[in-house]
Design a binder for this molecule. Structure first.
Ligand SMILES: Cc1cc2nc3c(=O)[nH]c(=O)nc-3n(C[C@H](O)[C@H](O)[C@H](O)COP(=O)(O)O)c2cc1C
Length: 169
């Protein structure tokens, strides 16, 4: 799959096969995550990788709109210490870029993924920090469910291009 096709055909996948994601693919997802741009190149992130089934169930319970049956969850977190010299909003931009890289890398590896929101909901950040056993220096940003798409995942790629959303000068 070339880069243009990867970007144009990515879609959220919410239903997964039980097949585990191979370690080599997990490593590539994390390399992709850390290849993203960041303000002043501070890379203010840490990535929690969850494959433990009990922990995945705990996360699903804690995520109001994230009940998806994935065998792998990656939680990109703001590293508050690395981010401390930045405007808080910039660290969030960095984590958003990194989260998108994970989605694109997943798609190019024939995996499916969906980004579920944590940031900027303070209660949800606190709740997920507790579930993941993280210190106050790490703020969970997004919760990305990843796995092989199930055969029953029938969702289609949507063409979201809208000329009306462009201002040409
Ligand atoms: C910031 C953000 C938060 C999202 N939160 C959720 C969520 O909590 N649960 C979910 O199932 N999908 C979530 N999504 C996925 C969106 O619903 C999805 O990207 C959107 O419907 C467009 O569909 P597509 O990704 O297939 O193009 C989120 C996406 C973003 C970018």
């Amino acid at each position: 799959m070339d880069n243009i096709e990867t970007i144009l055909t990515r879609k959220s996948v919410r239903d997964f096969a039980s097949k585990e994601v191979e370690k080599e693919k997990i490593d590539l997802l994390l390399k992709g995550a850390m290849a993203s741009p960041s303000a002043m190149n501070r890379q203010p992130w840490k990535f929690v990788v969850v494959t433990n089934k009990d922990k995945i169930e705990e996360i699903k319970k804690a995520m109001p709109f994230g009940k998806h049956n994935a065998p792998l969850i990656i939680v990109p977190c703001i590293d508050e210490i690395a981010a401390s010299l930045l405007n808080k909003g910039l660290a969030a931009c960095d984590l958003a870029a990194s989260s998108e890289n994970i989605l694109l890398m997943a798609h190019s590896l024939s995996l499916g993924a969906v980004w579920c929101a944590i940031y900027p909901n303070k209660m949800q950040i606190k709740k997920m920090r507790k579930v993941l056993g993280l210190s106050l220096t790490l703020s969970p940003f997004s919760c990305i469910y990843i796995g092989y798409p199930s055969d029953s995942d029938k969702s289609k790629v949507k063409d979201k291009f809208k000329e009306k959303n462009i201002i040409r000068i």
